[in-house]
Design a protein around this ligand. Structure first.
Ligand code: AMP
Length: 230
């Protein structure tokens, strides 16, 4: 097995992207599609936190109540978990961050720690469309693949097409939590988008369209943002 990463390989593939958008905007689905096509690591802080809750780790115990209520988990907990993850080998060739940063402090920390993104995709969609989307959302309990009862149904109801795992509804996909999560998102989002616009890195993506169209656009933007291999 190959144990070290060839530096030429790193330069060729290296791309760091942030997917930024409200809950239910399709970030997760798009991040998975783009990472598969481009060979990047998908790093989703929500998935990592849910795994910690499921395993009952100290972090999971601390995060659980915040997540159920639709509130942000405290920055220092999420950052420690994320920066450890970004040191892993698979991230060396590039990554897509899904669900981080959630506020300006997290964005600044990302830059400070040496993980500044090359490009930021901003998923733009109305709240009303989101509420509809989240209502039918399902996630595989085993591999984390995303489904939707109406828009992206599994071939066999309740069973993951990819791994046969059981499809579940997230605990925080209930109307009260969704309302709170949208409120939390809007409280921070403008400052965050502005932060990346000022750096010339933010690109708006109209997210209320068929998934394949969004994937095409996302791939195009990401490819053009890939740092040149010198
Ligand atoms: P998500 O799967 O991205 O919708 O995240 C689910 C929940 O995990 C959020 O509602 C927060 O409670 C928590 N979470 C995920 N990412 C972060 C983050 N970057 N900062 C704080 N809390 C987070």
């Amino acid at each position: 097995m190959k144990t070290s990463v060839d530096s030429r390989e790193v330069r060729r593939h290296h791309l760091r992207a942030v997917f930024l958008g409200p809950p239910g905007s399709g970030k997760g689905t798009q991040a998975a599609a783009v990472c598969e096509r481009m060979g990047l690591a998908r790093v989703a802080t929500g998935d990592m936190l849910r795994a910690n809750v499921k395993e009952g780790t100290e972090l999971g115990k601390k995060a659980d109540a915040f997540m159920k209520a639709g509130k942000l988990v405290p920055d220092e907990l999420v950052m420690a978990m994320l920066f450890e993850r970004l040191q892993k080998r698979d991230c060396l060739v590039g990554f897509v961050l899904d669900g981080f940063p959630r506020n300006k402090a997290q964005a600044e920390a990302l830059d400070r720690e040496g993980f500044a993104p090359d490009v930021v995709l901003h998923f733009v969609i109305e709240d009303a469309a989101i509420v509809k989307r989240i209502e039918g959302r399902q996630v595989c309990g085993k591999c984390g693949a995303n489904y939707h009862r109406a828009f992206r149904p599994a071939k066999k109801a309740g069973v993951c097409d990819a791994c046969g795992g059981e499809l579940l509804t997230r605990k925080d996909d209930n109307p009260e939590s969704v309302k709170e999560r949208l409120k939390v998102y809007h409280a921070e989002a403008d400052a965050l988008v502005e932060y990346y616009k000022r750096q010339g890195k933010a690109r708006d993506l109209v997210a209320d369209r068929p998934a394949e169209k969004i994937t095409e656009d996302a791939l195009r933007v990401l490819e053009s943002a890939r740092p040149s291999a010198e």
